[in-house]
Design a protein around this ligand. Structure first.
Ligand code: CA
Length: 230
């Protein structure tokens, strides 16, 4: 069995070492980067399986690093660590391409469970690498590309996961709770509109200017991806 390799970007030595030690005890390799200034180079030189990324670094923000990482490597799982926990912070994190979000202070076993879930999902995506289609919309899970009417559409990692979930369940209504669980692995506080915000991002990218519209809202029930209207 080969060990999976995690890059920890965290400026607080206590936190970084605590994570590294915990990961090593659970048979991972872990490297620490206290500054986060050369993430691109590090990813190019080492084959990391996931990144644990502190949001608040002295010289660069975690959001910035995440955006850079996504430009270079669209599929590496990124778990963001932060002391902030408002919905807006979460949205900014997800929008910059983070796959999951953990608020400090956290228990190591929660971090471990989340990292394992991200790695498992990344692995399944690789294994199931194929093309999903509805009307003229095409999503390739191996190359992480989306095309509508043969035009490439750029999506963030979260938008991609959300679209993939809808496409794998086409013509079935998916509830907000199910989306929150499967895509964010979080139970959002009631009343938050994160899912609706993301559905709107997706609509603008894959439906705006195209026919037929594919994303449909079922008020009080959820969303469905299908060719015909309600
Ligand atoms: Ca920090």
């Amino acid at each position: 069995m080969s060990f999976q390799k995690i890059l920890i970007i965290e400026d607080e030595p206590k936190v970084a070492l605590f994570i590294k030690k915990g990961l090593e005890e659970n048979n991972f390799y872990a490297d620490i980067d206290y500054r986060g200034l050369n993430t691109k180079e590090q990813l190019a030189q080492n084959k990391y399986d996931a990144i644990i990324l502190d949001l608040n670094l002295p010289e660069i923000s975690g959001y910035e690093i995440c955006r850079e990482v996504r430009k270079q490597n669209t599929s590496i799982p990124v778990l963001m660590l932060t002391a902030l926990s408002t919905t807006e912070d979460k949205l900014t994190g997800f929008d910059s391409g983070a796959d999951d979000y953990l608020v400090k202070p956290f228990e190591f076993r929660e971090l471990l469970a989340r990292i394992k879930a991200l790695l498992k999902r990344a692995n399944q995506n690789t294994l199931a690498g194929n093309s999903l289609k509805i009307a003229d919309l095409e999503l390739n899970t191996a190359t992480k590309t989306v095309k509508r009417n043969n035009t490439l559409i750029e999506l963030t990692a979260k938008e991609f996961s959300l679209l993939e979930l809808l496409m794998r369940n086409k013509e079935k209504v998916i509830s907000r709770n199910e989306i929150a669980e499967k895509i964010w692995e979080i139970n959002f506080d009631t009343g938050t509109n994160v899912i609706d915000v993301y559905i709107n991002f997706l609509r603008k990218k894959i439906d705006k200017g195209y026919q037929p519209k594919l994303i449909h809202t079922y008020i009080g029930m959820g969303y469905v991806l299908k060719e015909s209207g309600q």
